[in-house]
Design a protein around this ligand. Structure first.
Ligand code: ADP
Length: 635
């Protein structure tokens, strides 16, 4: 039978993986055992929901080895695979995340990331030059054998297999280049690896271990005492401890064990920043073990990422990623919920309406919020690290459902402050407000450094008021969703009115504006529809011009809408531009002079002022050539 090729990119990936300078080759066993355990979970679940004649006590995983044949074999009596599922599951590597996998492994050759990308099975090739999978799906008559010697493809044939389940036989590579693959075909090494990586697997992992004891030989020595000698025999032994870690009491589980469990189970290579344990009894009883990760998975901010907690009912896994127990604003949390009150026979659709799940979800929401708030106040460095990865998500939480969860997360968001180095919470901003400050001022720009350069910041900073910088797309939406924080409104420093003037100052400024009406009218006429209005600025101190936005759409929003793929430049949402000119600046004096002496020059100046203001606001300029010509005319 002809060999089938692995699907397109898979081949390249497999080569990359096998040949990468991967240091933890030993994780192959964890991956293969974890697949075996998943397969048993699936059959166990099916057996309960469909009332199949399969007994829970019979489920097991067996690890065996043969030093002479140079092989290690992992077998299970789980759900098994038929020809189609073999083709589907073992013929494609890394279904969705393949490119990301390639990139990540190239960048982090030492990091244990294999499991994250759904390429666990192929880790067998880290240590083997040939892998043989014999499998029979539960309830089917025909067994199938899949064989592959690596990236050049695989074959699938019929085979005789007595029982349902799967057997993965790995033929180890020869010991070359200082690598000791033979070591894997030994009792001590395999036992060590099972204990290290698979201790909490819920199904028994059996190994034939050599047991020894001093036994009587039946003879007697010179003193007439029975002679003894050391005798060994092989004994079928369960090597893992099996009790799920979340079922053990908090005191019995060390931090180290928690971290290890998290990393193995959720395939992260960093410790989480927090572990939350819940043991609830009441209208709904459940145990939960939740982890707040430190780094975002490679696909977290993409549609590929599937949030959710693993759902168990009295130790039976009923769903791998259940979204209905995890609030979306905390979708980065990983973990397990185990409740005896949940019905096993529950479908995804029914879960959504399950009252008990609703209660669990709202409890969990509070626990996560409290833990994040605790981290923020007690372990700020840790929180900052977490925030680097998931801050954007928390801010999305403010916007989600038109602000439905904003009260929950508003105290968890941080923004760069202009006055202080680093980030501050809204509460910290409020606490530092001087007497008389009525608003929370913010500046939007692509970075905090750019925000600090905005000319509009001058007047606010002169008053001794701090400004928070909004640098991400979601920020302005978040601030607008909140509208106010503890009674203080948010105010965009690029907006029209900053509310900083006294009545007297206002009157004075109005009078000056009236006085300079002729000059301002010339500018407005020249610019036409490009601007909504031209005004003498009440914000500027040392700068000549700036642009402010009137109405609901800000410049950052205009940029955001224009950046959406497919946006139609002519039709997308635009901010209403107001050109502000500093009446005390020498540039204004020159403009005024030109208005009375040389109208053409005044018009050029008006255009230049407008383009300068656009550039300062980080907005695109339509006709760069025309602008450049006008500048050079001044020489
Ligand atoms: P992942 O487990 O992350 O989906 P793997 O590459 O480890 O990715 O495995 C691919 C698929 O092959 C599994 O999802 C499963 O459907 C199937 N599979 C692997 N090992 C077994 C097994 N022992 N029994 C049944 N199916 C298996």
């Amino acid at each position: 039978m002809a060999k089938k090729q692995f699907k397109a990119e898979s081949k390249q990936l497999l080569n990359l993986m096998i040949n990468s300078i991967y240091t933890h080759k030993e994780i192959f066993l964890r991956e293969i055992i974890s697949n075996a355990s998943d397969a048993i979970d699936k059959l166990h679940y099916k057996s309960i929901t469909e009332n199949l004649p399969v007994s829970r006590e019979d489920f097991k995983i067996t690890v065996s080895w043969d030093p002479d044949a140079h092989t290690v074999t992992v077998s299970d009596n789980g759900i098994g695979m038929n020809k189609e599922s073999m083709e589907q599951n073992l013929g494609v590597i890394a279904h969705s995340g393949s490119l990301d996998f390639k990139k990540t492994i190239e960048e982090n050759p030492d990091i244990d990331i294999i499991g994250q990308f759904g390429v666990g099975f192929y880790s067998a090739f880290l240590v083997s030059d040939k892998v043989t999978v014999r499998s029979k799906a539960y309830g089917e008559d025909q067994g199938w054998i899949w064989t592959s010697e690596g990236s050049d493809g695989y074959t699938i044939k019929e085979c005789d297999k007595q029982d349902f389940g799967t057997e993965v036989e790995m033929h180890l590579k020869p010991d070359e280049d200082g690598e000791d693959y033979s070591d894997f075909a030994s009792e001590y090494r395999l036992k060590e690896l099972v204990r290290k990586y698979s201790d909490y697997v819920r199904w028994p992992i059996h190994m034939m271990l050599e047991k020894g004891a001093m036994e009587e030989t039946g003879e007697t020595d010179e003193d007439g005492k029975p002679k003894k000698e050391w005798k060994t025999h092989l004994e079928d032994t369960v090597v893992n401890s099996m009790v799920p870690i979340w079922q053990r009491s908090k005191e019995d589980v060390s931090d180290e064990e928690c971290m290890k469990f998290y990393k193995d189970k959720f395939r992260d290579f960093e410790d989480p920043v927090s572990v939350i344990r819940v043991n609830a009894e009441g209208s709904v009883s459940y145990r939960a073990m939740l982890f707040i990760p430190k780094v975002a998975p490679y696909n977290f901010y993409s549609r590929d990422f599937e949030p959710g907690l693993q759902l168990y009912s009295s130790g039976v896994m009923i769903m791998d990623k259940c979204k209905d127990v995890l609030p979306d604003c905390f979708r980065f949390v990983r973990g397990i919920v185990d409740s005896p009150d949940l019905s096993l026979n529950i479908s995804r659709e029914m879960l959504q309406h399950d009252r008990q799940l609703g209660i669990i979800k709202s409890n969990i929401e509070k626990k996560i919020k409290n833990e994040l708030a605790r981290l923020l106040s007690e372990e700020r460095d840790k929180y900052l690290e977490f925030y680097k990865s998931f801050g954007t998500q928390i801010k999305y939480g403010v916007v989600e459902g038109y602000g439905a969860k904003s009260d929950l997360v508003k105290d968890l968001i941080l923004f760069p402050s202009m006055a202080k180095d680093g980030l501050c919470t809204l509460k910290e901003y409020l606490d530092a407000m001087p007497e008389g400050q009525e608003k929370i001022y913010y500046a939007s720009a692509e970075s905090a450094a750019r925000a600090k350069q905005l000319p509009q910041a001058e007047q606010v900073r002169d008053k001794g008021y701090d400004i928070i910088c909004l640098t991400e797309d979601v920020d302005e939406f978040a601030v607008r969703t909140l509208r106010e924080y503890e009674g203080k409104e948010f105010c965009d420093i690029s907006g029209k009115d900053l509310g900083l003037e006294t009545e007297e100052e206002k009157k004075e400024a109005d009078a000056r504006e009236e006085e300079e009406k002729d000059v301002l009218d010339v500018v407005k006429e020249t610019l036409g529809d490009k601007v909504e209005a031209v005004k003498l600025s009440r914000k500027l101190k040392s700068h000549a011009v700036c642009l402010s936005a009137e109405g609901d759409v800000s410049f950052e929003m205009e940029k955001y809408f224009a950046s959406i793929p497919g946006a139609d430049a002519g039709n997308s949402v635009k901010a209403k531009r107001v050109l502000e000119i500093n009446g005390s600046h020498p540039a204004f004096a020159s403009l005024k002079k030109a208005v009375s002496e040389d109208k053409e020059k005044a018009k050029d100046m008006a255009e230049i002022m407008y383009v300068q203001a656009l550039l300062i606001a980080g907005m695109p300029v339509d006709d760069m050539m025309d602008y450049s010509d006008k500048i050079f005319k001044l020489f």
